[in-house]
Design a protein around this ligand. Structure first.
Ligand SMILES: *[C@@H]1O[C@H](CO)[C@@H](O)[C@H](O)[C@H]1NC(C)=O
Ligand SMILES: *[C@@H]1O[C@H](CO)[C@@H](O)[C@H](O)[C@H]1NC(C)=O
Ligand SMILES: *[C@@H]1O[C@H](CO)[C@@H](O)[C@H](O)[C@H]1NC(C)=O
Ligand SMILES: *[C@@H]1O[C@H](CO)[C@@H](O)[C@H](O)[C@H]1NC(C)=O
Length: 296
């Protein structure tokens, strides 16, 4: 969710940006950038949040093999929407390191032209060798003139219910926040947030982006989620720490542990698991009958 210059949340009119597509890129990192109207304002309605397909309260799809797919909003469209002080603005972007394969580049160019929801960072594609650091430190620079309230990293095998997340954040501070599925280590119940998806407030991302120690100590190689927690713990940042466990969880082998109040469900490694997720959350419910198709 992104601030407008007036610092109001912006509402994107229900758009039809729901085209899943395929990109063969090895790793998934999905950016979610959030701006929430000030505390105490009225609730976001789930159908009203920026990135969403009409009727779906969150959407992100994966086509096997590490594909990327998304629903997202382009900044340009957002500018045309009138400010809505009661509605959170959410921008979802697919995040890549340098795209070198010409086929990937063509698909990505198409995606950018159609949805404007891509961010390409200056790095070589990786998962646990600094991509997250590059992401968290690039975003505050790239969007310096229009800062968000929160920056999120999530995986492309995570189904994120954006409205539920926004609702959760609405009552949280806007600074020094680190929120996700807390991972306990020793006595610390939330030493770091699981990589399925975690949120930091803008100031925390800014701190990461300007902290030279992380790079000096070459502290970007290793499990990305654990490392983010380590940087913040050493730097005493992200003290407003919230674990949304059990509302953020891994889908189990039998696909029978869905919960109605889910914020994020992870481990959607194939289309069967995505389909089960869409069914459970009624994403495809209410499809209009038509003589153009018949579906089981
Ligand atoms: C991209 O990264 C390379 C290597 O880390 C660096 O030399 C170069 O200056 C960077 N380019 C930009 C535009 O930041
Ligand atoms: C990524 O691509 C840019 C532009 O082609 C180049 O300047 C940069 O050095 C590349 N960075 C890395 C880390 O390969
Ligand atoms: C940083 O760590 C990586 C992985 O452990 C290693 O390959 C690299 O050489 C290190 N770089 C520096 C500058 O120490
Ligand atoms: C899906 O729709 C059914 C029927 O309306 C409802 O009972 C159920 O609670 C919905 N599921 C979720 C997760 O909202």
């Amino acid at each position: 969710m992104k601030t407008s210059s007036s610092s109001h949340g912006l509402h994107l009119p229900g758009s039809s940006l729901c085209t899943p597509y395929l990109l063969l890129v090895p790793l998934g990192l999905l950016a979610v950038l959030l701006v929430l109207p000030s505390l105490g304002s009225s609730n976001a309605r789930s159908g009203d949040l920026g990135v969403l397909c009409r009727g779906a309260d969150a959407y992100s799809s994966n086509r096997g093999g590490g594909g990327y797919a998304v629903v997202a909003s382009g900044a340009d469209e957002a500018k045309e929407a009138p400010p809505r002080p009661d509605v959170a603005r959410v921008d979802v972007r697919f995040v890549f390191c340098n795209v070198t394969d010409p086929v990937d580049a063509a698909l990505l160019a198409l995606e950018i032209k159609r949805h404007g929801d891509v961010l390409v960072l200056n790095c070589t594609e990786n998962m646990n060798d600094g991509k997250t650091h590059e992401y968290l430190s690039s975003v505050p620079r790239i969007f310096a003139s229009t800062p968000y309230d929160y920056v999120m990293k999530t995986d492309d095998d995570t189904y994120l219910r954006v409205a539920a997340l926004a609702e959760e954040l609405r009552t949280k501070p806007r600074d020094d926040v680190y929120l996700g599925h807390g991972f306990a280590v020793g006595d610390d119940p939330m030493q770091f947030m699981h990589g399925m998806g975690y949120v930091v407030s803008w100031d925390v991302a800014q701190w990461v982006s300007t902290n030279q120690e992380i790079l000096r100590y070459n502290d970007t190689h290793g499990p990305e989620d654990l490392l983010v927690g380590k940087w913040l713990n050493i730097g005493k940042r992200g003290k407003n720490r919230y674990s949304l466990k059990p509302r953020m969880y891994d889908l189990d082998w039998f696909m029978d542990n869905f919960q109605p109040d889910t914020v994020a469900v992870h481990m959607l490694k194939d289309n069967k698991r995505w389909a089960a997720t869409f069914r459970y959350f009624n994403v495809t419910a209410g499809l209009q009958p038509s003589n153009l198709y018949h579906l089981p």
